[in-house]
Each structure stands twice: as C-alpha cells, then as structure tokens.
Write a protein that binds this ligand. Sequence first.
Ligand code: ZN
Length: 425
Amino acid sequence: MRTLRIWRTLLGVEKTFVEDIDLDLESRILIASVRPMASKRNRCGACHKRSPRYDAGDGRRRWRGLDVGSIQVHLEADARRVSCRVHGVTVAPVPWARHQSGHTLFFDDQVAWLATQTSKTAITVLMRVAWRTVGAIITRVWADTQKQFDQFADLTRIGIDEISYKRGHKYLTCVVDHDFGRLVWAAPGQDKATLATFFDALGPERSLQITHVSADGAAWIASVVADKAPTAIRCADPFHVVKWATEALDEVRRGAWNDARKAARQNDACRTRGRPAADAPARPDSARAAGIKNCRYALWKNPENLTEKQQAKLAWIVQTDPRLARAYYLKEGLRVIFKLPPVEATEALNKWVGWARRCRIPAFVKLQKSIVKHRASILASIEHGLSNGRVESMNTKIRLMTRIAFGFTSPDALIALAMLSLGGH
Ligand SMILES: [Zn+2]
C-alpha cells in the first residue's frame, strides 16, 4: 500500500488512487492502473457537476504520462460515462488529465513549456510525440491558462498588427501591449470583423481607457479603432513606416539591376561564342549587374551595423549609381526622423517630404504621398514615444513562430504557442 502511495507522488497525480503497477521490461512500458478518488468520480465532463452513471463507455482507457528514465509510462483507468441533466451523456473527467486528452496534466505542461523554449526536433524526440500532437497539447494548455489570467488588465497603449502565416496565404491579427511588451490577443483573419471581436472582448469601458493605438496604416484598422476606441490617439508604427521605405528602396535597386543586366546582354550580343580570349575587353556592365545584385544587404542594414565589405559596397554605389544612392539616403533620412526629439522631427519630416517630392524616383514620390497621408499619426507616434523596439522584436519573434508552427493543422495551435511564449505568463 505504501509503495502505491509513493507511485502516486512519482506519477504526479492528485485525487487519485494507484491500484496496481505493471512493468513490462521487454517493451519498456509501465502501466499504472488508477482510479479517481470518490470526490472526483461521476462528474459531468462539461460542467463538473455530480451526475448519475450512464455506462462503462469504451471500457479501459490509457493516458500517456511523463517517462520514468527510459521507461514509457501510461496510466490506465475506466472511462465511464455519466448522464448530465444539462449536457447529456459525457465521458466523466479524470483528475490526472484534461478533458478529451490522451496525456496527463504533467505531460501537457512539460510539452507546452518545451514548446516555448526549444526547437521542434528537441520536443518531438525528447517527448516521443508527433508535432501535430504538440499542437493539440499547447492549444489545450493555453485554453486552460487563459482562464486564469485577465489578459486585458491595465491596457492603455496597444499596437495592432497583421502577421502572415502558411507561406503568406493566411493572416493573424495581433494586439500587443506597448508598456509591458507582451502579446495580448491574436486571432485568425485580417479584417474589420476580426479586430472588432478584440474590442468586444475588451468591453466598451476598457476600450475607452486605451490612450494610444499604433498600427501599420491599414484603413480597416483605423476605421475599427475610430469606431470602438474613439478617444485613443492613432499612431503609425515607425517599424512599418521604415519598412515602406525599405521596400521602395528595393524597388529602385531592382530597377537598377535590370537596367544593368539589359545593358550587359546588349553588349554580350556582339561577342563571339565560346570562351572569351585572354585579352578580351572587360565587361563592365555584367560586373555592374552582379555588384547591384549583391548590394541588397548593404542597402538594407542600418549604417552603424554594416560590415567593412558592405561599407565598401555602399561607397561603390554612391560613386557609380547616383540615383540608387539618392534612394538610399531618402530611406536613411526617414529612419533617422523617428530618432529625433518631437520638435525637430516635425521640421525634419516636412523637409523630407519636400525632398522626396522632387527626387524624380517614382517609388519615393509614391512613398512621399503615403507619408503625407499618415503625417499626423507618424508625428503622434514620435511625440508619444511609441517608437520602441519591443514591439518590433515581438513582431520578429511571432514571424519566426509562424515558420516553426507550419506543421500545425489549425491556427489555434500557432496562437496558443505565441500567447504562451509572448503573453507574459
Ligand atoms: Zn454538465
């Protein structure tokens, strides 16, 4: 009897009797026969109210528990059904596992913790489960964890963002807390109705307590915010604004690359076939095309992070392609504005807009128009200091997670993983 009580501690089960232990050394499987204590028996699976027994269900059932050394542990018990007055016939819950789960609570928690800390391979090999199962487990664990916290407590400054997953075919709408740098809410979809469910969950009273909302400038976000949180100041996420500039710059770079390639091809057409002679003239256009193709990172990175090689590349662009260089300075100029004190930023932004308007680079003239359109929200974000790196780093982390979560069948598992990792629990 004493040994069985020790087993209860070893298996990490509560309100449970361990009736028998059966160890099969050959298959290295340990089966613990268990049953819930009287107080936990015959309850409804949905409401946990005591209900009359219905039948024996599918007979004995097994739950996977945490391994003991290299021995795989399973709990085995009757899976009786009860008949609830409200919910009808349900399988009675057991104190060692979540409802409709094939794993014990300890097992679930360990998998969920590992999912937030380590790689896909580490979990699946260490815990000996399929990646899909991990998805199902973390979804369950998050559903339980969610009930224990008030996700929306003390929200005042939030950021709203759309993040693509499933190779860019589907989207999540995410809400982050600027002050504590945590993920507050996420749901599949990218439209007004999706975002409205967030404000509905928050409730009208708390929606009015939101003082600042930052977003990427999408019209649908702005319209929902104006409707549901009319008192909040709308800010443009500096991170997104700089991304627009980077995209415009990349468009210019691609244009320059294509031009150089075209020139190279025209020159090459006059050449004879076969290997060029040793004294053949150099082909400056081909070299140029290759150079522009390789300068992508030099143009992308912040100047203070450039390697020596990339700095040289940048200098080469400034010398050989004034148009691309101009585009680069326009991007950098815009990025620096977000680091200025509010008073200087307003003037700098005006100057930047004037400069971009006259730059004769279509991509930046177009960018200038969007900047003018979002001018108020860009300045609001500088004034209220919403340009913090926390939200940006969270963005990066969620994007990384969407890649890890690719094998999950439902977006719920991805949301659960994101919330468990970044929700601040
Ligand atoms: Zn019930």
